[in-house]
Design a protein around this ligand. Sequence first.
Ligand SMILES: Nc1ncnc2c1ncn2[C@@H]1O[C@H](COP(=O)(O)OP(=O)(O)OP(=O)(O)O)[C@@H](O)[C@H]1O
Ligand SMILES: [Mg+2]
Length: 469
Amino acid sequence: MLVVGLVPCVSMRHAVMQNYERRAVGVRTSDITMQLRILANHLITYHYLQDTSSEVVNAEVNQLSTLYDGRVMVINSDLRIVKDTYGISENKTIISEEVVRCARGESTSKYDRDNGYIEMTIPITETADFGEGSGAGDKKEVMRGVMLVSVSTDNIMATLDALNRQTLIIEAIVIVAIVVASVLAARVLIRPFEKITLALDQAQEGYTNDPISVTDVIETERIGDAFNRVLGRMKVLDDSRQEFVSNVSHELKTPITSMKVLADSLINQNDVPIEVYQEFMEDIAKEIEREDKIITDLLSLVKMDRTAADLTITEVDVNVLVELIMRRLRPIAQKRDVELVYESVRPVTAAVDEVKLTLIVSNLVENAIKYNKEHGWVKVTLDADHQFFTVVVADSGIGIPEDSLDHIYERFYRVDKSRSREIGGTGLGLAIAKNAVLMHRGTIKVESVEDEGTVFTVKIPLSYIGTDK
Ligand SMILES: Nc1ncnc2c1ncn2[C@@H]1O[C@H](COP(=O)(O)OP(=O)(O)OP(=O)(O)O)[C@@H](O)[C@H]1O
Ligand SMILES: [Mg+2]
């Protein structure tokens, strides 16, 4: 910033100085040239080159020399000095380049900057009349001599110095102003960023949960907003993680508590009949089964969370796979008096992860059986177009209330807690199914009417698209 301000300042001073000097020397030179021309005429008129006694001309020559603080020499055509205002070179012959050039009719002027003078020559000419017979008269300039003048440029230099001093002062003021302005600007610009850094540090160290707000400039406000969004997202993640952990521990503890109660009551009673023993032990076995299922479900969920790329893709005959799942679930359906129907519109083979697809279909069909009514039915339909295959699981069950539809894929979410518990659900099945569908770049949709039934539609690409990491 300092340099940016300084460079134009200094270079401007230079330019101004040079310009002034050139102009001042030019004006001085043309001034003197004028005076010399007039003087040259007088020299001729008063025949000064032949006789230097003319008072008038001498006075004029001296006046010129004092006026410009310089030396005037009048030289005749033989290059002899007839008058030198310094009085030292009179009657001497001068042969210098300028004088010789001038004697040929060419005025010269030379500015010697280092020694501080301007040297100039102008020819002294006379207009002579030739050839009387030629009528109109043949006028011609005849070279009679040369005037050599050197004048001091001290006063120009003095002005230049004064000027230089003034501009230097201005320059110094400008520098100070720039420095002050830069420091102030830097302070003003940096302060909001310092503030936001402090706020970020505090947020990171956990002093505060308040949103960050540094509204000094738009940029910091935006940084603050962006950071608040990140914080918000982190908070949501943290909350859901905490909820998940507390749900997990609760779910894992429930069967163990029941087992403990059952075991304790057996231990504390004497002479327990063998039938009671048997009954209690059956209950304990059920609880163990339940615990095992929860752990298996949790593990498959956690596995899916960790790496979405962990799919083992093979060409799978989806018809065979669905049929197998149906056969496995048929006993449960029969127990609940639910009719299981499978309709395959066409043969389907797809590049999928067999285990995960099994999880998807079996969870959906299992739910359809579990949340059904007596004498109800479950219908599974498999179809495909050239891009996707669809598995539709429809049931005649209890349905899902509209305000629960948004939540059924959440971990541990159950519509009717007491009823689900009775049926034995943990609320992980649909979370697992949805994760598995998403890993295959598929979609899962649900439509439901309470007391009438539910339809889940899963749509998965026939060939695996891959993950975008
Ligand atoms: N076909 C359905 N009909 C009615 N309600 C359903 C249906 N499928 C799921 N639900 C509701 O959605 C909830 C979540 O289902 P999800 O499969 O995730 O858990 P769950 O079946 O209770 O337990 P899990 O599957 O882990 O054993 C269920 O508790 C149930 O209330
Ligand atoms: Mg389920």
